[in-house]
Design a protein around this ligand. Structure first.
Ligand SMILES: [Zn+2]
Length: 312
């Protein structure tokens, strides 16, 4: 199996809970170490830029990523889903990201763009308008064809470390690594079913506290299972990453959208496993998704968008 590693949100969304002692800078240190130890070079990171505009000192984190030989692609400024705003507003947001990161984006060998949430809008018309703009700006859209919902661990892991609950933290680290491996296989199998051949996959991990702590372990597991890590350019040469998958209002990545259109699906993780993670350390009666809804609502407000979201 061949995969290209990509990292989104090298600086996380505003309001994302962090464990004590963890910052975007420590996460960057951990991820760079893991990539170096596994000799993974030239990884594309997709960082939305509003955190850097809000806290210019954080730009240093992204500069360090590039200085280590990795690259940055455009991931919009606010990370607003294309389902929430019109095409014009979305394209303006792509330009805003250039204003903040211009020189670092220009330094990348290929001009890649990644949609926020890897979602391509509610209609082919809106998506087409954006894709036309991106093409005119010489961007290539880099979709996601394997992910494991890693953001779902951010709040529970912060809760566990704030409470110094070692058992919970250990459970979360283990389940994170296991989910990364299991979901990679789920996507690879779906690719085989849909296309009758092994696809090179574009794998996503976010710049979270857990990535700081266990990205190296995940890469080791991948290597042990014979996964070959390839450059994004190589994965992008496969037609699966060049075609436009049909739009859907659902929260699905590129491969999942193709599967959906073909009447297939990439299996969802077992509900009981998800529940164990998201409810870990949660107060009685608290909604485990409230913290993530609040993050998204903050984005919607900043872009004057229309709230329209489902985790289903
Ligand atoms: Zn993102």
């Amino acid at each position: 199996m061949k995969i290209a590693i990509t990292v989104d949100e090298l600086i996380l969304w505003d309001g994302t809970p962090m464990p004590p002692g963890y910052t975007a800078s420590t996460v960057m240190d951990g991820m760079l170490r893991a990539l170096r130890e596994h000799r993974v070079e030239g990884v594309y990171g997709f960082a939305h830029t509003s955190p850097v505009a809000d806290r210019p000192d954080d730009r240093e984190v992204l500069e360090r990523w590039c200085a280590a030989g990795h690259h940055l692609g455009n991931h919009t400024h606010h990370h607003a889903c294309l389902n929430w705003v019109g095409a014009q507003r979305y394209c303006d947001d792509v330009r805003l990201a250039e204003d903040v990161l211009g020189d670092l984006l220009e330094a990348a060998p290929t001009r890649y763009f990644r949609h926020a949430m890897d979602m391509t809008g509610p209609s082919e018309a809106r998506r087409g308008e954006v894709e036309g703009f991106l093409r005119a700006q010489r961007y290539t859209t880099a979709p996601i064809t394997a992910w494991f919902g890693d953001f779902a661990w951010t709040a529970p892991y912060a809760r566990a470390l704030h409470a110094a609950d070692r058992d919970a933290a250990a459970m979360l680290r283990t389940s994170f690594v296991e989910a990364a491996v299991a979901r990679l296989h789920d996507h690879a199998e779906a690719g085989r079913r849909l296309f009758g051949a092994d696809l090179p996959l574009i794998w996503l991990v976010h710049g979270t506290a857990l990535a700081q702590d266990v990205l190296g372990e995940i890469l080791q597991r991948f290597t042990d299972e014979g996964v070959e890590l390839i450059p994004l350019d190589e994965a992008m040469r496969h037609p699966v990453h060049r075609v436009h998958s049909p739009v859907t209002p659902l929260f699905r990545n590129h491969l999942e959208r193709i599967a959906l259109a073909a009447g297939d699906e990439v299996p969802a993780p077992p509900p009981e496993a998800v529940a164990q993670v998201i409810t870990s350390g949660l107060a009685e009666g608290e909604d485990p998704m409230a913290v993530y809804d609040a993050i998204l609502r903050r984005i919607v407000d900043r872009v004057d968008g229309t709230w329209n979201w489902s985790w289903a």
